[in-house]
Design a protein around this ligand. Sequence first.
Ligand SMILES: Nc1nc2c(c(=O)[nH]1)N[C@@H](CN(C=O)c1ccc(C(=O)N[C@@H](CCC(=O)O)C(=O)O)cc1)CN2
Ligand SMILES: NCC(=O)N[C@@H]1O[C@H](COP(=O)([O-])[O-])[C@@H](O)[C@H]1O
Length: 219
Amino acid sequence: MTSPIRTTILISGSGTNLQAVIDKVQAGALNAQLIRVLSNRKDAFGLERARKASIPTHYHNLVKYKKAQPATPEGVQAAREEYDAELARLILADQPELVVCLGFMHILSPQFLSPLEEAGVRIVNLHPALPGAFNGVNAIERAHAAWMEGRIDKTGVMIHDVISEVDMGQPILVREIPFVKGQDEDLEVFEKRVHEIEWGTVIEGVGMVIEELQAARKQ
Ligand SMILES: Nc1nc2c(c(=O)[nH]1)N[C@@H](CN(C=O)c1ccc(C(=O)N[C@@H](CCC(=O)O)C(=O)O)cc1)CN2
Ligand SMILES: NCC(=O)N[C@@H]1O[C@H](COP(=O)([O-])[O-])[C@@H](O)[C@H]1O
């Protein structure tokens, strides 16, 4: 097996998808070296999952940057840009080849995206919707509501490249999830089904990206 792809994971929450990746890496079924898990939320349980797996962690706090700026729209924008620039520096210091967003609830600005692009670092994201369908937050709930209103008959999950326009990067792997009448009316039950599909999709999708990056090394 060729040397593993140095991979940084960004999270904000429970980290069940992170755990799926950790388990696969530890089983030798995903050729990645998980070099750090970063969260924008201190209480993210995914940080605990990383610590248990002896993966370095870091909490990157946006509030600290907002407090250093005036409470105006311009001040918030400046805080986000400084936050993103520092996040890029923190991540690049680890020399990753790949960054994977797994429930990272922060829109990344060009102050983050440009330095990583210049360094040749690939950035991908797991999103619980079909391409262009329900971009942003609460995608599962919004798709479920649309189905209940008779507007759609399927949703899905995908791994996609990260670009400035949220959730509009090139899809890498898409898994469609048809709604089932008499089964999916309960949102909580449906969400559980989506998350179980995500856990498999993230492994397959990240595996595809790792293979692409390993092939690119040989060129
Ligand atoms: N520039 C990009 N940044 C991010 C992308 C992307 O494709 N392009 N993917 C996301 C993940 N994501 C959806 O998959 C997503 C996360 C968060 C938000 C959002 O509106 N965040 C708000 C804060 C919301 C909150 O704190 O609950 C914000 O940043 O102001 C939209 C989409 C990762 N980033
Ligand atoms: N827009 C991004 C987004 O909604 N991401 C979603 O956050 C959850 C993270 O769960 P986890 O913390 O248990 O892995 C996942 O459902 C993921 O698709």
